[in-house]
Structures are given as structure tokens and as C-alpha cells.
Design a protein. Sequence first.
Length: 337
Amino acid sequence: MNGSKGVSLTRYLIEEQRAGRINGDLRLLIEVVARACKSIAHAVSKGALGGVLGDAGTDNIQGEVQKKLDVLSNEILIEANEWGGHLAGLASEEMDHCQPIPNVYPKGNYLLLFDPLDGSSNIDVNVSVGTIFSVLRCPDGVTEPNDEHFLQPGKTQVAAGYTVYGPSTMLVLTVGHGTHAFTLDREQGSFVMTQRDMRIPGDTKEFAVNMSNLRHWHPPMRRYIDELLAGKTGPRGKDFNMRWVASMVADVHRILTRGGIFIYPRDLKEPDKPGKLRLMYEANPMAFIVEQAGGAATNGYDRILDIAPSKLHQRVAVFLGSKNEVEIATRYHRETQ
Ligand code: P6P
């Protein structure tokens, strides 16, 4: 830990509020989301003993089979956030449309978007999964937000974070002033800062991609990966290593911790889709977190945080992580425009 021993998430947020960088409602929102993530961590950690593994028997709007824990995590986040008075609405990967806050509760000025359990295909094989969240301001004067009100570019986010349910449960957060990591102290039941100001090295020898899609990639993506695979004898002059957890949260956490580049490009397997990952509640929050840690995030051509959304569940190609690698891969794509 770098000089932040014992600083709880609550204390960090109070200090951010005292410094005028966040207000009380945003502090409450983040505390509530963190508390919901503790409940999700508890459910995930029970595994087979909790009776929550396996499929829910339903599909989400993405046409993906929902796991029981997808549905449970979604319900935990909704129940935790709807009564606090800090939100005007929320949106989730697991729900077709956004959900306004019921009129029985007071409304706030924020919009919360989340992927309640990213990487859920890994749950049944006991591999790390995570929750990803993004916070936007609700447009002035809007008390019944609809999907349109959520369609704001990622650079307008006021906070973003993820919780990775791994060997330890860690919440990684940015409110626009650096990226910080908090580890769940299960005995105290609180998140404690274990890394202040995470920094992603500009260079790396590690890439994360699903290589089984190689034959479907467009030429600039093939060129970039072929050069990495050529190693010392190739144009990059060094050997690279590969990791692919198939949980974005786990792969991004590794990159935040020791560098790397994460790629999910558009491909010819589904040519009508601009990518696999979702812009609003996967790519945008991760891009904010990564940029605040000195990294970069593009869709191969443009900065992800500059993309003007057109649909709540729209997909996007993702190149994120060590700045110099993202710049090389992005340059190769721009050269083909
Ligand atoms: P593939 C999980 O389903 C996810 O949305 C991300 O967390 C992960 O990076 C990616 O999809 C894995 O995709 O095609 O390798 O299964």
C-alpha cells in the first residue's frame, strides 16, 4: 500500500466532498453502490452452496442467457439505489430500457448505469467476475428520464468504477481525480484504500484478446497482433505474453495493476456489430478509469469517451490500457481509413 493505509472508502469520499470535488448526493450514491457490491460479493462467494449458480432460464436484451446471479445482482443494485433520493433513474445491461425512480421515493440529479455482473459466463467455473458502474448527471429539469437522457458521451461521466470479485473483493473508483483501489475488509465489512493513484505503465509486454477470433479480424487488427506474435524477431523487437480471462473486469484490473492492452475489436464474425462490448456501461466507465490512471482507450479510431451514443445498449470496439500500445494499434486502424 502506498501511504494510504487504513483510509476507508467513506473517509476518502468525505475528503473528496470537503475538497469540493464531489457533493453529498454523489458521495451517498457511491457509498450505496459499494454497499450493494458487498452484498453481491457475499452472494458470489457462496458459490454452489448459495443455490445461485447456473442459468436463470431467461435471456436479456442482448439475447444472452441470464445467469441466476445476473438477475440477483441486478435486483440488489436496483433495490439499494431506488430509495436513497440521489438518483433520477438507472439503466442496466439486464434491462431493456432505463428505469425511473418510483414516485414514492425522492429523486436526485444522477443517472446510474451498470453491468451488474460482467463475465457471468465465468461464474459456474469459479473465475473472477465483476460489477461495472457509470454515473452521469440527469439533464436539468428532467424528473422522469427516458433512455434518451442517458445518451451522453463518456467524457460527461462524474464517476465510474468496478468491483472485481476475485481472491479478494476490490472496488476501483474514479470521480475524475485519479483512480484508486479499495479492498474489502470482510471482518470490518468496509472497503479500505489499498492503492491511491493507480498508474498504468505506458509500455507493456502483455496483451489481452480472444485469439479464437483471429480469422475474423480486419487487416489493421491482424497486422497489430501479428507483430506482437512475431516477438523479438519481428518489428516490435520484443516478446509479448498473452492473457485472456473473458471477464473484462478481471482483465482491466490486471492492466491497471501491471500494464497491458485489452482488445475486443469489431470483426467479420458479426460484421453488422461495431464490437461486442457495450459502450454505456462497460467501455465508457472502463475508459474513464483507465484514462484517469494514465492509460488510453479508443475504438480503434476515436477516443471512446468522445463517442456520441445513439442507443442505450450500443456496442463498441475497445482498445484500452498502456497508452503507447493503444496509440500504435489505433494508428494502424486510422491508416486504413
Ligand atoms: P468472449 C463477458 O461476457 C464480456 O462481456 C467481457 O467481460 C469479456 O471481456 C468478453 O465478453 C469475453 O468475450 O468472446 O471472449 O467470450
